[in-house]
Design a protein around this ligand. Structure first.
Ligand code: ATP
Ligand code: MG
Length: 246
């Protein structure tokens, strides 16, 4: 269980991005975080990833070195082919190509891109590039997958397809996912848990558990659970946005 207690982050210029943030993430959950633009969502993810340290409070329950990260843009190395891009985290850990190869091939086949192992990023569509980034993040079998608006730049059909692919990976895998999105619909469709943040300085405004099947499909989009969830989260977002900065 990942636990954030009284977490604050003040940047060196004095700006308080987060303040008094308490959040518990259940092991194995798919937790989405939604909140107004600039409320500190990416900051929160960077703290959880250990890329920055909180200036107040504590984060406990983290498993060192077992985190996969996916950002909004796929952040692939353009000069390296798909295989080499997915190899990167292994290379950084000092694992040889040969030793990493089975894991890389497994991850690429999970995202449906094994045939593209020799392709370069420029030859791939945006959706395919994002799949490579996801393969790279899950190839090392992390316990925690952190995603910062990974599908925001994609068209709706590709996004829906990747949503379903991601859910399948999460169901079949054995990891916790923390997913940042601006889309209320996406958050309710994907999640077991949702945290709504206030405007900056961000803290948690509301929490939801989305009941219903973990297998989500078009039927789920028509269900009362889904529609009620969307309504509640939308209403919260309107509230926190009208509250503005304190
Ligand atoms: N390295 C930094 N130095 C100073 N201020 C920063 C830094 N990174 C972010 N901020 C500020 O912290 C606040 C929160 O930024 P953050 O990127 O975490 O928000 P966000 O919720 O992810 O926004 P968005 O929804 O637009 O992605 C913003 O006011 C931003 O300007
Ligand atoms: Mg952000």
């Amino acid at each position: 269980m990942l636990k954030l207690t009284g977490v604050g982050k003040r940047y060196p210029d004095g700006l308080a991005a987060l303040e008094g943030l308490d959040l518990t993430i259940r092991d194995g959950s798919f937790t989405s975080i939604v909140g107004p633009s600039g409320c500190g969502k990416s900051t929160l993810l960077r703290l959880i990833a250990g890329l920055a340290a909180p200036t107040e409070g504590a984060i406990t329950g983290l498993d060192e070195g077992s985190i996969g990260l996916v950002f909004q843009d796929a952040t692939l190395m353009p000069w390296a082919d798909v295989f080499a891009n997915v190899y990167l985290p292994f290379r950084l850990a000092g694992v040889s190509r040969v030793a990493a190869s089975p894991r890389i091939e497994e991850a690429l086949s999970l995202v449906g891109l094994l045939d593209f192992r020799g392709a370069y990023p420029r030859a791939l569509s945006g959706g395919m590039r994002m799949r490579v980034a996801i393969a790279r993040a899950i190839a090392t079998k992390p316990r925690l997958l952190l995603m910062d608006e990974p599908f925001a730049a994609l068209d709706e059909i590709t996004r829906n397809k990747l949503n379903d692919d991601l859910l399948r990976l999460w169901r079949e895998g054995d990891f916790t996912t923390i997913f940042i999105t601006h889309s209320v619909f996406e958050s309710v469709y994907l999640s077991t848990d949702i945290a709504v943040m206030t405007a900056r300085p961000g803290r948690i405004f509301a929490r939801y558990e989305i009941a219903g099947p973990t297998a989500r499909d078009s039927e789920f989009r028509a269900s009362a659970v889904y529609l009620d969830g969307c309504r509640a989260v939308s209403r919260d977002l309107e509230r926190v946005m009208s509250m503005g900065a304190p």
